[in-house]
Design a protein around this ligand. Structure first.
Ligand SMILES: Cc1ncc(COP(=O)(O)O)c(C=O)c1O
Length: 379
């Protein structure tokens, strides 16, 4: 497969997100300014931050950053982590470090596109689809059926973008056993972990429970701090981490010192930050659910179990893509049609809209949407 292909989601967002009145599709919760982060973390951190030398930090991250990240795991230590420029660089580097032409990968669909397109640039890939009719539940038997003798990695993403779906603890254990028996790695995109509406749904991180588990995370989603651009990978396998380190030598080499310092503060104050995020997301999900329930003739949603995204079925005859285009042109409200989530591996229904509910101005955005729906002639 020729690489890179257009990353449809990023193109869509780049074209529209800064230009619209209401980006009602953001994949992250309301952010905060640096002043607020210092208020939460403690004023004593201000002076060391201002006096920090703008040198290159170590390739894997400063010791303080790696310690703070290790604190988010049960069994991973700071020597088992490499930080990156966002989750995106980590995805790219990980699949380059993991996959060769002779390998095979299994990937869930729909997906955050790089989770399938980077593996596809390396080797053969089989998609396992989550289906709306099934409440976006993963069928573990489909994963088993997709396994081949040369399967190298299973790529999962729970809580799932864009549906907010989760798997059960039992299903995760089954996947780990299945992979362990076959020596298959699990690459687990856990960027929405800690945003579960029911804490009992929270899954362990694969790097904590599986010797070939690779856990991906970032400050962007659960913590609502995408501007920091610090992502990371955790893994128990030191030989593989060394390969990953070599990939980073050819990419960003290291992060920026201010970003690593602010990320360290944020992770050490994560309980307060997560509480703020979850208070808003829970209230906003209720608000969005009420809104959609008032328009049952147009919309239908499977309740997300985590995150700040709802994948909403649009019932109008013109289709979700035409609806989204007319909506943004007519009202400045942006939602993302599911055609942007098209996969090369399995069909993905084009009837859905990705709606983000993590922002402070959700109420205003829904009012603008309501006003527009009143005047819109549905076809
Ligand atoms: C599931 C998933 N993984 C990875 C990423 C990449 O995160 P970042 O852009 O912060 O690097 C995203 C961003 O939307 C995502 O939704």
């Amino acid at each position: 497969m020729s690489f890179p292909q257009d990353f449809r989601l990023i193109s869509y967002l780049s074209r529209l997100e800064q230009a619209v009145r209401f980006p009602l599709s953001s994949s992250y919760p309301e952010s905060m300014n640096i002043e607020t982060l210092f208020e939460i973390a403690g004023a004593q951190h201000r002076q060391p931050f201002m006096q920090a030398m703008l040198d290159y930090p170590p390739l894997r991250g400063t010791p303080e950053l790696l310690e703070a990240i290790a604190g988010t795991y049960d069994h991973i230590n700071s020597g088992q982590i490499i930080s990156f420029a966002g989750a995106d660089e980590a995805i790219y580097a990980s699949f380059l470090a993991l996959l060769e032409r002779r390998d095979h990968a299994i990937v869930i669909t729909p997906n955050y596109q790089s989770l399938e397109s980077v593996p596809m640039s390396r080797c053969e890939v089989t998609g396992v689809a989550l289906e709306a009719e099934n409440g976006w539940a993963l069928e573990v038997e489909k994963v088993r059926a997709a396994m081949r003798t040369n399967t190298k990695v299973l790529v999962i993403n729970f809580p799932h973008n864009p549906t907010g779906a989760l798997i059960s603890h039992a299903q995760l254990n089954e996947l780990v056993s299945m992979c362990r028996e076959r020596g298959v790695w699990i690459f687990s995109d856990e960027v929405y972990r800690l945003t579960e509406f029911n804490p009992a749904d929270r899954l362990p991180q694969v790097a904590d429970i599986y010797e070939r588990g690779i856990s991906l995370n970032v400050t962007s989603k659960a913590y609502g701090l995408p501007g920091l651009r610090i992502g990371w990978v955790a893994c128990q396998d030191s030989a593989w981490l060394l390969k990953l380190e070599r990939m980073k030598q050819y990419l960003s080499i290291c992060n920026s010192i201010p970003n690593e310092m602010l990320t360290t503060l944020a992770l050490n104050a994560r309980d307060t930050i997560l509480e703020r995020v979850m208070n808003r997301s829970s209230a906003n999900l209720q608000r969005l659910t009420d809104f959609l329930a008032n328009h049952p003739q147009h919309f239908d949603v499977t309740q997300p179990k985590a995150g700040v995204l709802a994948f909403v079925r649009y019932k109008g005859a013109e289709g979700a893509e035409a609806f989204a285009t007319r909506l943004v042109e007519g009202s400045g409200v942006m939602v993302i049609p599911s055609v942007v989530y098209a996969s090369m591996l399995t069909p993905v229904s084009e009837d859905f809209l990705r709606i983000g509910f993590g922002r402070a101005n959700l109420g205003e955005a829904l009012e603008a949407l309501e006003a527009w729906l009143e005047t819109y002639s549905f076809t």
